[in-house]
Structure formats: C-alpha cells, structure tokens
Design a protein around this ligand. Structure first.
Ligand SMILES: Cc1cc2nc3c(=O)[nH]c(=O)nc-3n(C[C@H](O)[C@H](O)[C@H](O)COP(=O)(O)OP(=O)(O)OC[C@H]3O[C@@H](n4cnc5c(N)ncnc54)[C@H](O)[C@@H]3O)c2cc1C
Length: 466
C-alpha cells in the first residue's frame, strides 16, 4: 500500500470513529451512483471516499490488482490491460466503481463462471463502524468477507481490495442463437454456462422470439469486426435486435473493450425512451448528435436530477432455474413488457444479501426495464407485484433499484437474526441498515426537463444538503 493510501484511510478512520462515539448514522459518498433511487446526502452524516480513486498495483505473476474503491471500471480495465490482463467480471457501465460493485452486487455475462464482482476479490480492506481497520478474506473474518457483499455499505466502508485478473484477448467473438421460447433460452444458456463459455447472455423481444448470445475471448477476428463505443457506431442493443430480425445464426467480432462496455451507449434500451418522451426521431443521425448525453454516466445524472425512475419499471431479478419460466410467463401475462434480458450467474449462498445469495447450482438474472406505469400508486403496486412474485419463486432482487417491501416482508426474505449478529460483531449498528438504505419511502417530483438541462449544462450532481 502507498503512504498516500494510508494517510487517506487514517483520516477516514478518524471520521468514522467520531461518528461512532456520537452515535451518528452515516452513509458512504463517492460522487456518483448507478442506483436508480434518488439520493440525497446530509453533509453531517456522510463519509466522502472520493479520494480513494487509485489503482495501487498490478501483480503480473499473481494476476491480481490492488485497487481503491472509487476506481471506476473503465479506469480499472485501462490499468490492467497495460499488462495484458483484465478483471474476470467487468460490469458493463464504465462508471460503476469497484467499491460500489462489491457492495452493490454487480455482475456480468461472465458471472456464470466467476459469480458477482465480490466473488473475484481475494481480500477486502474495511473500516468498521467504530473506525477500526480490518482485512477480510476467506481466511480472515470470513463472515464479514462473504456477509458484507451486496450489503450496500451497511457493514463497513471499503478502502481497498485485491481483485483477481485473467489474460486479456484482443476481441470477443459473439454468436447469436435464435430461440423461440423462454424454456429453450434457459436450456441453451445453461448448456453454454456448463461448457465454460466466456460470456453468455440472452434477450427476449416477445414470448416466442429472442436470442442467446454467446461470447468467446479470442485474438482472431471471425465474421465482421464491429465497434460500439464511438458516436458513429451502432448501439449494441440495436445490433442484437437487427441480428435477431434476420432469424439467422451469425458470428461477429468486437474489440474486447467495446464488448465490455457495450451497453454504455443507450444503457441497454433505456435511452430510447427519452427519444419517445421528447418526440425526437430515433435514428442514427440523432443518436450521433446526442451521443455525449446518451452514455451511462450522463444518463444517471439525468435520472438523479429528474427522478424519472419513479414512472418506469426498472428491476433486476435473480431466480433459480425452476422459477424462470413461471416468472417470465407471469411477466408476459401481467405486463407484456419487452425486451427482457439477462444472463446466468454462479450463486454464492454465503452472501445472503447479494442477489445471487441463493442455494442452487445456477441462478439467472433477468432485467425488466422500461415499462411506463402511471400514476404513482399504480407504479408502486406494479413493483410490489414483481417483488411478491420474485419471493414466491425463490428469487431475490438486485438492490440498486426501487424497493417497496414493508419491513415485515423484507425480513421474511432476508435473515434478520444473522444480519443483526454480524452488524453487532463488526460494530456496524450505528450505520443505516440495509432495509433503510434500499427502501423507497418518498414520492419524488418527476422533473424531466430540469434533469436534461442540468446535465447538458454540466451542473447535475448528487444532492448534498447541510
Ligand atoms: C438499468 C440498470 C441496469 C444495470 N445493469 C447492471 C448489469 O448488467 N451489471 C451490473 O453489474 N450492474 C448493473 N446495474 C447496477 C449496478 O450493479 C449497481 O448499481 C452497482 O453495483 C453500483 O455501483 P456504483 O459504483 O454506482 O455504486 P453506488 O450506487 O454508488 O453504491 C452502491 C452501494 O455501495 C455503497 N458503497 C459504495 N462505495 C462503497 C465503499 N467504498 N464502501 C462501502 N460501501 C460503498 C453505497 O453506499 C451504496 O449503498 C444496473 C443498474 C441499472 C440502473
């Protein structure tokens, strides 16, 4: 560790110790978020970890990187690629930070092999609720190492972590297999996951039309060489849709970095909604002109400033295999909401707060984004229906989204006795707990125009109040 790291950490420890002695609950602030909840921070109840933004060292022999929590994915990938290495799980939005990824259960299309980002960490350095510093790993403080994954900062504050790396390649070749039912897609994803294929994901455009997209890391170009990161490039999601429309099995190649951040432009299909809302023609020229605004860092600023997340369904669900078809049939019947997308994931039952903390051989993530539901009461009811169905089928939610469980419902899904014991052991009881961090209690005022204007002017920021 560097001396700069030690100085910043010591300073943070002192702040946390002070909050502990005053019994003041505090939240971690790092200048950005990929959560859809509208966040407001109180200056007197937050710890700012923005300065912990360095890649400390890459060990080529061991294939590991030591990194501070506020390092975003694009910076991390750039640093490791210099050494021909890459993290095995790179969430596809480049602004997701490594600390937020561990605490927020980030995952990716390689997660059937490696699990969530937290499952690729060798150790994690935490400041506990009383200000003391510990290193948690499968060997030391293993209960904290596993239990704090996906806990949304409610068990301590990450100050550094060592992440495993794998050899990088120049390209990812992707093959699209067309499917005609939910069951066929799930069977095919499981097949490729079991084969150890590098990347597996799927999309459904209707109940009987979709594609499983399988990716292989390679140094050879197969098919066309396509890019998705420049303003003139197609959006990855539109490309998937176009290939699906041909009904053919097609293989193309994509430079590795373009593949890893392939949804940065457009945030899956979310940004298309903005075009409809403002009656802007959704064509290549307009996408080119508005490109700087259509990248996820900017889109999240619009979302935070506008509070538009309270009129569109945006949920990510994790389900065991047995729950997938019933859940999809239910969504089709009740909401007829397409497209849908997701990927298979390796479970980690030792991390019960993480969305893949499910006791199963394999679990499947499903992103259900984009249906506009108004008024607010109907929106809440729709989210609650999705939550109830998820629980009924043995699934768990991804906590970045809106949660509308009641206190009782929430603690029926999660083990409160285990959680309280861990919080007590690691002196975390003065931090806001996971229920209070993730529940949406307020109705926000939706101000779309304000969100766009402030983002264009470069003055959109996470709210801090005195
Ligand atoms: C539409 C949509 C699609 C998404 N799709 C994907 C996807 O495909 N794959 C994927 O991986 N993710 C996806 N995400 C979400 C993403 O995984 C999480 O939101 C992510 O983990 C957040 O990272 P962040 O750096 O923005 O953290 P934040 O949102 O800022 O933080 C998440 C939590 O971690 C806490 N935290 C942050 N830093 C620290 C620290 N140093 N110590 C302790 N606690 C800390 C925060 O307080 C917060 O509670 C998606 C989100 C949306 C909205």
């Amino acid at each position: 560790m560097t001396s700069k790291h030690a100085i910043v950490v010591k300073n943070l420890q002192n702040q946390v110790a002070k909050y502990y002695s005053q019994k003041t609950p505090f939240r971690v602030y790092h200048g950005s978020t990929n959560s859809t909840r509208v966040l407001t921070f109180k200056r007197s109840e937050m710890v700012d970890v923005s300065d912990l933004n360095n890649v400390i060292s890459v060990d080529i022999e061991k294939q590991t990187v030591i990194v501070e929590p506020n390092v975003p994915m694009d910076k991390l990938v750039k640093a490791t690629l210099k050494h021909g290495l890459v993290p095995p799980v790179v969430p596809e939005f480049p602004g997701i930070t490594i600390g937020g990824a561990i605490q927020g259960a980030a995952a990716e299309t390689s997660s059937h092999k490696y699990g969530c980002v937290s499952q690729t960490a060798n150790w994690i350095e935490y400041i506990l609720g009383d200000g003391s510093l510990v290193k948690a790993s499968p060997q030391e403080h293993a209960d904290l190492f596993y239990g704090a994954a996906g806990s949304y900062g409610s068990l301590g504050l990450i100050t550094a972590t060592e992440i495993q790396l794998i050899p990088a390649t120049k390209y990812v070749s992707v093959t699209h297999y067309q499917i005609t039912s939910f069951a066929e897609g799930i069977k095919m994803m499981k097949h490729y996951a079991n084969l150890g294929t590098d990347f597996v994901e799927w999309y459904m455009f209707s109940k009987d039309r979709g594609a499983v997209v399988v990716g292989t890391m390679t140094n050879k170009i197969q098919g066309r060489l396509l890019r998705f990161s420049r303003p003139q490039d197609n959006w990855y999601f539109l490309y998937i849709k176009e290939v699906a429309a041909t009904g053919m099995q097609i293989t193309d190649s994509i430079p590795l970095k373009d593949y890893l951040f392939r949804f940065n432009r457009g945030a899956f299909w979310a940004a298309e909604i903005g075009f409809k809302d403002y009656n802007i023609p959704f064509n290549r020229i307009m996408r080119f002109l508005f490109d700087p605004l259509l990248r996820t860092r900017k889109l999240y600023q619009v979302l935070q400033e506008s509070a538009a997340s309270q009129s569109y369904i945006c949920q990510d669900i994790m389900l065991p295999e047995s729950g997938m078809v019933p859940f999809l049939d239910y969504m089709d019947k009740e909401f007829n909401m397409y497209p849908l997308g997701g990927c298979p994931i390796k479970p980690e039952p030792r991390s019960p707060l993480q969305c893949n903390g499910i006791d199963a051989d394999i679990v499947f993530n499903l992103g259900v984004y984009g249906l506009r539901v108004e008024p607010y009461e109907k929106f809440v009811a729709a989210n609650r229906q999705i939550e109830a169905k998820t629980n009924e089928l043995g699934g768990k939610k991804w906590f970045y989204s809106h949660n509308y469980y009641s206190y009782e419902e929430f603690w029926k899904v999660y083990d409160k006795t285990w959680y309280d014991k861990l919080r007590k052991k690691y002196k975390a009881t003065s931090l806001p707990d996971i229920f209070n961090r993730t529940r949406v209690n307020e109705k926000y005022k939706v101000q779309k125009r304000r969100g766009v204007i402030k983002t264009v002017l470069g003055i959109a920021k996470l709210r801090i109040v005195d």
